[in-house]
Design a protein around this ligand. Structure first.
Ligand SMILES: *Cc1c(COP(=O)(O)O)cnc(C)c1O
Length: 427
């Protein structure tokens, strides 16, 4: 066997040594935007310039929703959304068991109880039947998450929420640019929240936004981020608020980044189509079908990640016989920037699973079996793994296919000798 045939994890030569595209992306426009803000000496807060409002109105137009308030993070956006809706101690809020932990901790930070409901195994988004089972007379809201950029089923979730008389909050941290039935995520629910943290579809390192169609809610949101000061009024603090504002530097960066978004989404979609079709023949891999094949109402996917799972049930000649942890490490060793972290379903995070960690509201779990199965076998490529690789041309992404095929060809080695990770590939 030549070194090229030996898995890199077992000492062979890796499939790829060149980097893929980096994330985040920037060019001269970002330099210009930042130096304009510097020279203006209006950097934010009480010395605001026009960058914040300019980005807010650009994002509002992009989303097709009238009111956008920028805030300092996606978590801040969720906290403000919950507070604006009057949610607090004694209330329950249903959240999916598979999401970034902040969806749930924002509920706990409001003093309310997150109630975990399960996901649909095909889309990894909140299941409406599981939502229904999780409702109680204390349920005051539901947060759905467009995970990985795949829009949740807003029709059936909206029907359940409306029947129960509660608002539907969209956590769009991973879905800027996605659309459902031709409407952008963020313009579909009562309130929507965005994150502009480093891995997200547009970024200023940190940042977030709260979006709504409701003018009354929009006023509360703008006041809550600004010490409880009603927007446009320089004096008087009318309610308990925070300083969760965004700086002018961040708004300036985000406006430039938003201008590049649609072109990036088109490139990432091409990559996803290529990877789905090229990887589909490998036994033991379960590709998430193209969104439109699952549901024609998914009119755009935001491609925060390209996700697939290992089908752990399949027999013998299959990558499904390799442990997902070993598979991830083998893929990374071949030069493919995959996240080697095993995801944890939210109810299993130490914060919620350990009954002695009680510095927050307790949680309840109504169902999480599908979320746990997905966590155990999920492989994530793209920004979710900190890489801009989905912006690369399919000729570059052919290395991903070669690496997975190489692991498949060598799967018997990984089954027999589950190797320890060399220090350099640990991440
Ligand atoms: C990133 C993320 C958040 C939190 O956003 P921050 O800006 O990091 O606070 C919330 N929900 C989801 C689904 C996320 O991916």
């Amino acid at each position: 066997m030549t070194s090229a045939n030996v898995l890199a994890l077992l000492g062979g030569a890796p499939v790829r040594t060149r980097p893929f595209q980096a994330w985040p992306q920037f060019d001269r426009e970002e330099f210009g935007a930042l130096s304009d803000v510097l020279e203006s000496r209006r950097w934010g807060g009480i010395h605001n310039g026009s960058q914040g409002e300019s980005f807010e109105s650009t994002l509002a137009r992009y989303l097709g929703a009238p009111h956008v308030s920028t805030v300092s993070s996606g978590t801040a956006a969720l906290m403000i959304a919950l507070r604006a809706l009057g949610i607090g101690p004694g209330d329950e809020v249903v959240v999916p068991a598979l999401t970034y932990v902040a969806t749930a901790t924002a509920v706990s930070l409001a003093g309310a109880v997150p109630v975990f409901a399960d996901i649909d195994p095909d889309t990894h988004t909140l299941s409406s039947s599981s939502l229904k089972a999780a409702l109680s007379e204390r349920t005051k809201a539901v947060i759905c998450v467009h995970l990985g950029g795949h829009p949740a089923d807003m029709d059936s979730l909206g029907t359940v929420a409306a029947a129960h008389g509660i608002p539907l909050i969209e956590d769009c941290a991973q879905s800027l640019g996605a659309s459902w039935n031709g409407i952008k995520t963020g313009a579909l629910g009562t309130i929507a929240t965005f994150s502009f943290a480093t891995t997200k579809n547009i970024t200023a390192g940190e940042g977030g936004a709260v979006v709504t169609h409701d003018a009354g809610l929009a006023t509360r949101i703008a006041s809550l981020r600004d010490h409880g000061r009603p927007p446009g009024s320089p004096h008087g603090h009318h309610e308990l608020g925070w300083n969760l504002r965004l700086s002018e530097f961040q708004s300036a960066l985000l406006r430039v980044q938003l201008g590049r978004l649609d072109q990036q989404l088109a490139a990432k979609e091409k990559s996803a189509v290529y990877l789905s079709s090229s990887l589909s023949g490998i036994p033991g891999l379960r590709l998430i079908p193209p969104p439109a094949a699952i549901d024609p109402r998914v009119t755009a996917h935001a491609r925060f990640s390209f996700a697939f799972t290992l089908d752990i049930d399949t027999a013998d000649d299959s990558v499904g016989t390799i442990s997902p942890d070993t598979f991830r490490r083998a893929l990374r060793a071949e030069g493919i920037p995959v996240s080697v972290r095993t995801l944890t379903a939210c109810p299993d995070e130490p914060l919620y699973a350990d009954p002695t960690s009680c510095d927050h509201s307790p949680s309840q779990t109504s169902a999480a079996a599908q979320a746990r199965t997905a966590c155990a076998s999920l492989i994530l490529l793209g920004q979710a793994a900190g890489s801009g690789m989905l912006l690369d041309h399919p000729t570059e992404l052919a290395d991903v296919v070669r690496a997975v095929e190489k692991i498949y060809d060598n799967s018997h080695h990984l089954r027999q000798h589950p190797p320890n990770p060399p220090a350099s590939t640990a991440h």
